[in-house]
Every structure is written in structure tokens, then in C-alpha cells.
Design a protein around this ligand. Structure first.
Ligand SMILES: [Fe+2]
Ligand SMILES: [Fe+2]
Length: 322
């Protein structure tokens, strides 16, 4: 009897929840939400936070080698922004009842994923251009649509992040422009970086909708607002002209305008490579996690000092009250 009553209650709550989402109202931390919604968001937001933080490594790798002081200052600011994005996102995930320490542990033990693109090495300065232009560019397509996600804290973090991402994309494209208009060797460097980063950027949108494990329900709950394939198409379409403007060759030989669809048709992604990298066999998977673990351990004394200070302040206050 009690169980039946509970089930009826749950059903009513679920209905109210879905109606709220259908009316485009945001779900806030203290609102009732289905457990699967909470878990889905924790997975998505923490994965997003980890990507921002791990993404600092391939670019940080070039801060000391940037070709001029100006480039160095710009790259430094960009990498700092990514650290900030990680922080907003960890905070936003914490409102769902998971701690930062738990999320970090999931990352370091391989339980949580991050964007596979960051497991590719940055071999040349051109790669920094290609990453800003293509990787941040692909991230923007995804993040602009996430500004309208149904969970309030996530949506608000996205609005802030998007403002900075468009700066990132332009700084990358500007590096590519300088290289593409430079010497023959520089032009080749730009082409090579484009060739290596184009396909992994397309993979950032995830598997095809039909194969995506989380897509359908995430759409119904408006955690995701557009499907992987439609976001990927948007990115493919916008990139064609950008490649033309650089005067570089398109890495996809099958790219062709389709009048009927009003979109570009394109070649198939190498999904074997995609799953291979996701499953830990990319060039840098182990190195990225090991570096994170080392940095985390080296920073332990800072966290200890902060906690000790907070404890001291608390005791002093208690003393003053007593
Ligand atoms: Fe970012
Ligand atoms: Fe970025």
C-alpha cells in the first residue's frame, strides 16, 4: 500500500518536473528532480569540467615556446580562462550533491571521461592555432546550445563561458591566418595542423545520434538542446568558408555542397579511431592523467594550508563568541 502511494507520488512529481521543463523554466538545485536527471547531469558537467582542465595541458605545453611576447601573453590568458571554466563547472556540478574531491578521483582513476581531443599531442605552433580555431570552435557550437540547458547553474555557467570561448576561437584563427599568409614552410605547418585536428574536432560532437547512449532522454529533459549530428553539421558548414579564406586545402575530399539539404555533405569519420582514443589508447591518455595526478599531489600543501587557516579562523570566532 505504502509502495503504491510512493509510486503515485513519484509519478506526480515527474509530471510537474516535465511540465516545468516544457515551459522552459530552469530546474534549480533545491527543486525535485529524477535521480537519473541528476546522475546524467553530474556525468555531463563533470566530464565537461575535466575537459576544460585537461585541455590546459596540450596548450600549456607551448606557453614557453610561443613565438613572441604578445603570443605568449595571449596564450597564457587563454589557458587561464580554461582553468576558470573548469572551476565554474565543478561548482555547478557540486550543486547536484557531489564533491570536487569525488570528481577529481573519478577523473584520476579513469572512471570519468574527458574530451578525447586532448589526448592528441601538440607538435607544432600551428597546432595551437588549429586547437583554438577548431577545438574551441567545435566547443562553442556545443556550448552555445547548452546556454539553454534546463539546469539553471549549468546554463548560467555556459553563458559566461561562451563569452570567453569566442575570444579563444579568434585567437586560434588569427594564428592560422598569420601562418597561412607567411612563408611556404609556415603555410605547410598550418595545413598539417589542419589535417591532423580537423577529424578529431568532428569527433568532439560524439557518436551519431542513432548510436549515442544518452541522446534521446537528454533531449526530452532538455539537458541537451540539439543532437550530436545537427551540431556537427553546423560546425562542418561554418568551417568550409574559413578554410577557403585561409587558402588551405580541405582535409575532407568528399566535402560537397548539397543544394537540396542546404548543407555540406561530408566523408565518414573514422569511428574506430574515436573509440580507440576514448578507451585509453590515444597518444597521450596516460601522460595527461599522470600529469594531473602529479600536479594534484604537488598542490596538496596548498589545500592543507587553506584548510588549516579556515579551521583557525573558525576557532578564533568560536572563542570570541564564548
Ligand atoms: Fe573553455
Ligand atoms: Fe576555450
Amino acid at each position: 500500500m505504502k509502495k503504491l502511494r510512493q509510486e503515485a507520488q513519484e509519478k506526480a512529481l515527474l509530471e510537474t518536473f516535465q511540465q516545468k521543463i516544457d515551459r522552459e523554466e530552469k530546474i534549480e538545485p533545491k527543486d525535485w528532480m529524477p535521480e537519473a536527471y541528476r546522475q546524467n547531469l553530474i556525468r555531463q558537467i563533470s566530464q565537461h569540467a575535466h575537459s576544460e582542465v585537461i585541455g590546459e595541458q596540450p596548450e600549456g605545453n607551448w606557453i614557453t615556446r610561443a613565438p613572441s611576447l604578445r603570443r605568449k601573453a595571449v596564450l597564457l590568458a587563454k589557458v587561464q580562462d580554461e582553468a576558470g571554466h573548469g572551476l565554474y563547472l565543478y561548482s555547478s556540478a557540486e550543486t547536484l550533491g557531489i564533491s570536487r574531491a569525488e570528481m577529481i578521483e573519478a577523473l584520476q582513476t579513469g572512471k570519468a571521461k574527458y574530451a578525447s581531443i586532448f589526448n592528441y599531442p601538440t607538435q607544432t605552433w600551428g597546432d595551437i592555432g588549429a586547437i583554438g580555431w577548431l577545438v574551441d570552435g567545435a566547443a562553442i557550437c556545443n556550448q552555445v546550445s547548452l546556454q539553454r540547458t534546463s539546469y539553471g547553474p549549468y546554463s548560467r555557467a555556459m553563458i559566461r563561458i561562451c563569452k570567453e570561448e569566442s575570444f579563444h576561437q579568434r585567437q586560434g584563427y588569427q594564428i592560422m591566418l598569420a601562418l597561412a599568409n607567411g612563408s611556404e614552410a609556415q603555410r605547410q605547418m598550418a595545413q598539417d595542423s589542419l589535417n591532423r585536428f580537423y577529424w578529431p574536432s568532428l569527433m568532439m560532437f560524439g557518436p551519431h545520434d542513432a548510436e549515442s547512449a544518452h541522446s534521446a532522454r537528454s533531449m526530452q529533459w532538455k539537458i541537451k538542446r540539439e543532437t550530436n549530428d545537427s551540431l556537427r553539421q553546423k560546425f562542418i558548414d561554418q568551417t568550409v568558408q574559413q578554410i577557403e579564406f585561409l587558402g588551405l586545402e580541405h582535409p575532407d575530399k568528399a566535402i560537397k555542397w548539397n543544394d537540396e539539404r542546404g548543407h555540406y555533405d561530408s566523408g565518414e569519420i573514422d569511428w574506430e579511431e574515436f573509440y580507440n582514443v576514448i578507451n585509453g589508447n590515444g597518444h597521450c591518455n596516460r601522460q595527461r592523467i599522470q600529469h594531473h595526478v602529479n600536479a594534484h599531489e604537488e598542490g596538496a600543501w596548498v589545500r592543507d594550508a587553506q584548510n588549516a587557516h579556515a579551521e583557525k579562523v573558525k576557532q578564533r570566532q568560536q572563542h570570541a563568541v564564548a
